[in-house]
Write a protein that binds this ligand. Structure first.
Ligand code: NDP
Length: 329
């Protein structure tokens, strides 16, 4: 039967304003970096996307090269969009990006206007969309003038191919410079996308603060440290896990010291009546400058566990201090 979104889909999700923009994003967003390439069954993909939207997850995050192979996550999303979500286009906030290697030759990566605008056209074709809601520059390019890259984002907005501009993986200083250029071009920076989790605190060193000053939101990617901050690896490495099958989460990441740390965090979670994944997500969202946590999920069960994270008790100072103590490596 054709998909019909749940009537109560806006009943439980919390939405936060992205910086000083007009846009509200769900506190939990879904990323399609893994689990949506040609290597994953379309039925699982469909089930995860439907469950997400039914739970109020309006924001789906993609990039040109998500897969594998590159482009396939967008193409598969396009299939699901055409089959299930087209009637809900105006309820969805869809992101894509360009910046990393996408096609061969000098125009297929980094930050030129040439690359960004052709990549966006390709992404729109693959997804079967007329526009994306936010178009990101995926990583800073040390060799292209910021004016050119920001000019390309602003052009995408002016051409109606993107509604907002975003930045990912920029340093606080470069982000602030870029945000000033975007503001002058009349397309203020909507959001910064960065890694942030109990294990990856880099953005506490300035990016959170500078985003706030720039009026941009922050969306935290890999909030579960790619699965480390869940029960996935507490008793070994499951054969179907990202660590066993993927290339981005290496076995070296799971040292004895790390495992001890994860077990201690798990104990903190248990004391709070949460799973480790739930602890990891609520810990991030206690900071109001974090607009959304951008999770991945390889099954509906994982998604549901993560969505059940909310509504618990606030963190005590003691709990926060204990988490800091445990995670200092
Ligand atoms: P997470 O840290 O949320 O890791 C997701 C993985 O953790 C899942 O695939 C699954 O692994 C495991 N997992 C999730 N929930 C549970 C659970 N409840 N119990 C057990 N295991 C669980 O995020 P990702 O690293 O996937 O990144 C999320 C999104 O962030 C990406 O899809 C992408 O959109 C964005 N991103 C952006 C980057 C950028 O440069 N801008 C870089 C990286 C990500 P398993 O597969 O083993 O089941």
């Amino acid at each position: 039967p054709p998909y019909r979104a749940a009537d109560d889909r806006y009943g439980s999700m919390e939405y936060r304003r992205s910086g000083r923009s007009g846009v509200l994003l769900p506190t939990v967003s879904l990323g399609l970096w893994h689990n949506f390439g040609d290597t994953h069954p379309l039925e699982t993909q469909r089930a995860v996307l439907r469950r997400a939207f039914d739970a109020g997850i309006t924001h789906f995050d993609l990039a040109n090269n998500y897969g594998p192979p590159y482009g396939s996550a967008e193409a598969n999303f396009g299939r699901h969009f055409a089959a299930d979500f087209r009637p809900y286009r105006d309820e969805l906030f869809i992101a894509t990006k360009a910046g990393y290697d996408m096609w061969p030759g000098p125009y297929g990566e980094w930050g030129s206007r040439k690359y960004l605008l052709s990549s966006l056209d390709q992404s729109l074709t693959r997804m079967g969309l007329e526009y994306v809601d936010v178009f990101y520059h995926h990583r800073p390019d040390p060799d292209t003038p910021l004016e050119e890259t920001m000019g390309a984002l602003a052009s995408a907005v002016r051409q109606g191919k993107a509604l907002y501009a975003g930045l990912s993986n920029y340093s606080p200083e470069r982000m602030a410079e870029a945000a000033a250029i975007l503001r002058d071009l009349g397309t203020p920076l909507l959001i910064n996308q960065h890694p942030y989790s109990m294990l990856e605190r880099g953005i506490e060193g300035g990016l959170l603060e500078r985003s706030d000053e720039a009026g941009a939101g922050v969306i935290a990617f890999s909030p579960l440290a790619q699965g480390l901050l869940t029960d996935r690896y507490l008793e070994g490495v499951p054969a179907d896990s990202r660590m066993a099958v993927g290339h981005f989460l290496r076995r070296e990441a799971l040292t004895e010291q790390r495992l001890t740390m994860l077990r201690s965090l798990n104990t903190v979670a248990e004391k709070r009546g949460q799973t480790l994944a739930q602890l990891a997500l609520t810990w991030l969202l206690r900071d109001r400058r974090v607009t959304s946590v951008l999770i991945g999920a390889s099954s509906v069960a994982q998604l549901e566990q993560n969505l059940a994270a909310f509504g618990g008790a606030d963190f005590t100072g003691e709990e926060l201090a204990e988490i800091d103590r445990i995670t200092v490596e």
